[in-house]
Write a protein of this length. Structure first.
Length: 653
């Protein structure tokens, strides 16, 4: 601290500066202790230029405040700035105080700002090129004591807004969305928002943020990231928010940007009303590769994960060692993936529930351990259609086709055409339409499905030179199939599936499998003897199964060859079942998508090997009651009832 220059002896003003000189750092009235203040409002406000150098100790922060003659300069110790050196914390509006402290840190050689325990209300901005850390006392902090609680001032406001070219850190505090700290008016305000600086290319400045040991409680939106990349989040909790995490690229200002490449570790979501995690990258900027590891989703009434424009190339959400428990399905499913214009691929559901909205040709999707997946497709535009034979699921899981069970009024099953890998039948379907949509499946229906027998039927016929015969040695069931020889493209050369349904029930489920030994073929679906429909393209000389619902076939259904060469096509697993109501037909149609052949090995959990039932070689049971000296599980080595089982994975005693 600089020394004051005393006036000459005898100067008439000698007494005033001498007194100031003596008391600039000590207070003689208290035995020579430091000048100090405990409450910020007690810091002197009447000092003049003559008091330059006078110094007071802030008893709350242990930092010295030095008067420069016009302003105060804080002598920080401990490697961080304490916000209480910049003003009194009122819990009603602390924006000016906290913003002043942030601005000082950004312009100094110190990079940490400490918010001691207490209640804060503010809406501040963190910007600039410098990385800073704002941290609280929720894990002890330098001063210990109470937790640091923060809330935004205004409804819809954000406590922190970051728009920086460098990584900003927020740690060790609780951010609440209440209108008051007493718990009133929950979900009225938000937590943290990150957005890029206008005019700064995202390719070189990603506006990343790192958040650690922060609780978001009762916020409308806990964390919002607009076109921001490379976030890292550790030990973050979201309790009772409407939306936990909101990520979005696009928008007017950020139309060419995206949001993602985040890492979530040891984070927890509970009680989120609308959605826990939301990623929206629909503007063809789908680079994401966000990973959730060791995260927990429990007791959420809303959707767990809603990902729009995700599922191809670099765009993916990966869940590793994550747990989904007791999440309500009243207002949504656990994991929702919206893949408009995208291929849905590489999603694993294990003891999980989910929905895939839109998007064509899902593949690499697997369900196990009592998982549930619903497919909601609106088969129009660029959404490539229904390709279900690349979805794997065990017998404990359920694949639900929403577009089959819903009315076309809501968009499901309606539209101009449904594409499958080898089929497009362009009639609209639904309870009020007379058309047929056919979905490609996995040949999963067993010989008997419910009370209906799958067989080569006897009600089929030929017209116009088409020849048909039942042959053995090929086919899915009973090693039999129809061999149909189609002549060259001829509108009268038909293989009739149904000539006339007069007297039958109103709705029909048609299932059939086809292949061509010539590894090519182009069957034309022919309805009501008036044409229409679309093609089923047959290739690779393998069986491919289709099934669909339709009604109003008073004039019959048929296939014809639309090739300019003669063709031979095999038909097997042909089934025709009638129902009185559309819902009954839809429920039956869905059974083709989750009925596994009895020969496929499966795995499940139990406490002992089975004593009843029929099992196949390769079945695995994982032991739910492991003990020292026991086994991790058992596997069936000889098929039978109940088969021969052997233990594996001896547990050390």
């Amino acid at each position: 601290m600089p020394n004051k220059q005393l006036p000459a002896i005898g100067d008439s003003n000698w007494g005033v500066p001498l007194n100031s000189y003596i008391t600039q750092t000590t207070d003689n009235t208290n035995g020579g202790g430091f000048n100090s203040f405990t409450n910020f409002v007690d810091r002197p406000t009447n000092l003049t230029v003559d008091d330059k150098g006078k110094t007071y100790l802030n008893n709350r922060t242990n930092n010295f405040h030095e008067w420069t003659g016009t302003t105060w300069n804080v002598r920080h110790t401990g490697g961080f700035v304490n916000v209480m050196d910049y003003g009194a914390i009122t819990s009603t509006n602390d924006t000016a105080v906290v913003q002043a402290a942030i601005d000082y840190v950004q312009g100094s050689n110190i990079d940490k700002l400490y918010l001691p325990g207490g209640a804060y209300s503010f809406e501040v901005n963190i910007s600039g090129d410098k990385c800073i850390t704002v941290f609280g006392a929720s894990r002890g902090g330098p001063s210990g004591g109470a937790n640091t609680q923060v809330k935004a001032i205004n409804p819809g406001g954000y406590a922190f807004s970051t728009h920086s070219t460098s990584v900003q850190h927020i740690e060790d505090m609780a951010i609440v969305g209440y209108g008051d700290f007493g718990g009133g008016n929950p979900k009225i305000s938000n937590g943290i928002r990150c957005f890029p600086i206008p005019g700064v290319p995202q390719q070189s400045n990603f506006n990343p943020i790192m958040i650690k040991n922060v609780n978001f409680t009762a916020c409308d939106i806990g964390l919002r990231k607009d076109a921001c990349l490379f976030g890292k989040f550790e030990n973050i909790n979201f309790f009772g928010c409407n939306i936990g995490v909101f990520n979005k690229g696009g928008g007017t200002l950020y139309a060419s940007l995206y949001s993602g490449f985040d890492q979530w570790n040891h984070c927890y979501w509970a009680g989120c009303e609308k959605v826990c995690v939301y990623y929206d990258n629909r503007n063809n900027y789908d680079e994401n590769q966000t990973k959730f590891e060791n995260c927990w989703f429990e007791g959420n009434p809303g959707i767990v994960c809603l990902a729009l424009g995700t599922g191809i190339g670099l765009s993916s959400l990966k869940f590793s060692h994550c747990w989904f428990e007791a999440n309500s399905q009243n207002r949504g499913q656990n994991i929702t993936i919206d893949g408009v214009t995208y291929v849905i691929q590489g999603f694993v559901f294990k003891f999980a529930r989910g929905v895939i909205e839109h998007g064509g040709l899902p593949n690499g999707v697997s369900l196990s351990d009592r998982s549930y997946l619903r497919l909601n497709y609106v088969a129009t535009g660029n959404e490539g259609g229904i390709h279900l034979d690349e979805i794997q699921y065990d017998e404990s899981s359920y694949l639900d086709l929403g577009m089959v069970g819903d009315s076309s009024i809501g968009g499901y099953g309606a539209g101009t055409s449904v594409m499958a890998e080898y089929a497009m039948l362009s009639y609209p379907s639904g309870a009020t339409n007379a058309g047929l949509n056919v979905y490609k499946t996995k040949n999963n229906r067993p010989t008997h499905t419910r009370q209906y027998f799958n067989q080569v039927g006897s009600r089929f016929g030929v017209d116009g030179g088409t020849l048909a015969q039942i042959i053995s040695g090929d086919g899915i069931y009973g090693n039999k199939c129809y061999k149909v020889d189609f002549p060259i493209n001829n509108s009268n050369a038909l293989f009739n599936i149904e000539n006339d349904n007069t007297g039958d029930l109103q709705y029909f489920v048609l299932t059939f499998a086809v292949k061509s030994p010539q590894s090519n073929g182009n069957l034309y679906f022919y309805k009501n003897n008036v044409g229409g429909g679309g093609n089923i393209v047959i290739k690779d000389n393998k069986w491919h199964t289709y099934c669909g619902i339709f009604k109003d076939t008073a004039y019959g259904l048929a296939f014809k060859n639309s090739q300019n060469i003669a063709n031979t096509v095999l038909f097997s697993k042909v089934q025709w079942v009638t129902f009185a109501t559309y819902q009954e037909a839809a429920d039956y149609l869905k059974s083709d998508f989750y009925a596994l052949p009895p020969s496929d090995p499966i795995s499940w959990h139990d406490s002992a090997i089975p004593t009843t039932g029929t099992y196949v070689k390769g079945d695995v049971i994982y032991n739910t009651s492991p003990t020292p000296g026991g086994y991790m599980g058992w596997t069936c080595i000889i098929a039978g009832t109940p088969g021969t089982w052997k233990g594996f994975g001896l547990i050390e005693a």
